[in-house]
Design a protein around this ligand. Structure first.
Ligand SMILES: *Cc1c(COP(=O)(O)O)cnc(C)c1O
Length: 428
């Protein structure tokens, strides 16, 4: 989109990446349900395969519907490019894949979504990669954890589920001083509430499954590249700075500049790992994003009301929501996510684990599910579900203590949500 004055967020969430369909004039983005695209002639096909010309070859790599979503999320995050993936977890692998190699590690925050802790502490070991988990409030610990084999620093902006806000500016400085990219999972905050690139992030990852789609219909992910990292400043990122053997010796950074990471993610990442988003999924996510700012405003307003009410309930031991004035992260939140801290938080019940289990059985309007960022309000007891694979120590570090319930506050009437919590708490 080219215009004199840059468009605002609410305009970009509806228009970025899209234009009336060149073939039919269709105003809404068509679902290009096709796997392949007819080449004009043999020379055109060869140019596309040689990355001499940009175009559509095969939908494992790129697809016009998916491409609109990639451009839209890149615009909302203020990035240079993006690649869509089949899930948030796929996006995380796609984000670190070009940076890593056998023996390399990621320095990651202890306060992460439970699935990410498992992916990083267990599964990536099969690739010869590893993760070192540290408390990101302790910057000396982050510095100390970085070694010659570290290739990225990874955290969440607003961490799921603990009501924790990362000091992105401070962590970005540490990463920068070590010549490393900071990768920020911005799933819980969304670009409406937090723009990690403005705080120094190199890459932003999303589970589009959550707020971006916003109604629990799609599993998807996105990796956004800021385009600002100098991959050639050291010899640490040979896939991007040196001749890449998986693409006939192409030097991605030299050839594509700020688009190097995105091109690599498509030409090698999607081509060989195949974690591609489908056009139907991209369509649903695009529909969701059109109302992202409106939904996030209501999610935040409702969460503030519900969290404030819970904080005063006699059966509730504590509420961890960065949007409450009582939160230790309230001040930091004003800087990192000034429009609000989203709809996700936890609260602890005085009667512990068993009370949590009884509580999730007693709610009626809230749905007991393993998801978040839906228009409807959701509840889960993390310790017995999403975080059950973690040790108790890891659960506590991640804010998923055995005595806490996680809620994802939807956009219903706040009074109805409070009434449901009230009747469920009365039953325990
Ligand atoms: C859900 C989630 C993920 C994983 O995303 P999927 O789409 O479920 O693969 C990663 N990070 C955060 C913060 C999440 O909430």
């Amino acid at each position: 989109m080219s215009q004199e004055r840059p468009y605002g967020f609410d305009t970009l969430q509806i228009h970025a990446g899209a234009k009336p369909d060149p073939a039919t004039g269709a105003r809404q983005v068509p679902i290009y349900q096709t796997t392949s695209y007819v080449f004009r002639d043999a020379a055109h096909a060869a140019a596309l395969f040689g990355l001499k010309e940009v175009g559509f070859i095969y939908s494992r790599l790129t697809n016009p519907t998916v491409q609109v979503l990639a451009e839209r999320v890149a615009a909302l995050e203020g990035g240079a490019g993006a690649v869509c993936c089949s899930s948030g977890h796929a996006a995380q692998i796609m984000a670190i894949f070009p940076l890593m190699g056998p023996g390399r590690n990621v320095v990651a925050s202890t306060r992460l979504y439970g699935g990410t802790v498992t992916q990083f502490s267990q599964t990536i070991k099969r690739f010869g990669w590893s993760a070192k988990f540290v408390d990101f409030d302790d910057l000396d610990a982050v510095r100390a954890a970085i070694d010659d084999d570290t290739r990225a620093v990874f955290c969440e902006s607003v961490a799921n589920p603990g009501g924790y806000v990362t000091d992105l500016d401070a962590v970005a400085k540490v990463a920068d001083a070590a010549g490393l990219p900071l990768i920020v999972d911005n799933t819980s905050a969304t670009p409406y509430l937090c723009r990690p690139i403005e705080h120094g992030a190199t890459l932003v990852v999303h589970s589009a499954t959550k707020y971006l789609t916003g109604n629990g219909t799609v599993t998807g992910g996105v990796v956004v590249d800021s385009g600002t990292f100098d991959w050639s400043a050291s010899d640490k990122f040979p896939s991007l700075s040196q001749p890449e053997p998986a693409y006939h010796g192409l030097k991605f950074h030299e050839t594509f500049g700020p688009a190097a990471f995105t091109f690599h993610s498509i030409a090698i990442g999607l081509r060989d790992l195949g974690m591609t988003m489908n056009p139907q999924g991209a369509h649903y996510t695009l529909m969701g994003i059109e109302t992202l700012s409106l939904r996030m405003q209501k999610h935040c307003a409702n969460a503030v009301k519900v969290a404030g009410w819970l904080e005063n309930h006699p059966k509730v031991a504590r509420v961890t929501y960065a949007g409450l004035p009582s939160s230790p992260y309230a001040e930091r939140a004003k800087r990192i996510c000034p429009k609000g801290t989203g709809g996700l938080f936890t609260f602890a019940l005085k009667d512990g684990y068993d009370a949590c289990v009884r509580f999730v059985d007693a709610v009626q309007l809230f749905s007991h599910v393993a998801n978040l960022g839906d228009t409807r309000s959701l509840v889960i007891h993390s310790a017995s579900t999403t975080h059950a694979q973690l040790t108790e120590e890891q659960q506590i570090a991640a804010g998923a203590n055995p005595d806490v319930v996680r809620v994802s506050i939807g956009i219903e009437d706040a009074d109805d949500l409070i009434a449901d919590l009230d009747q469920a708490l009365a039953q325990i």
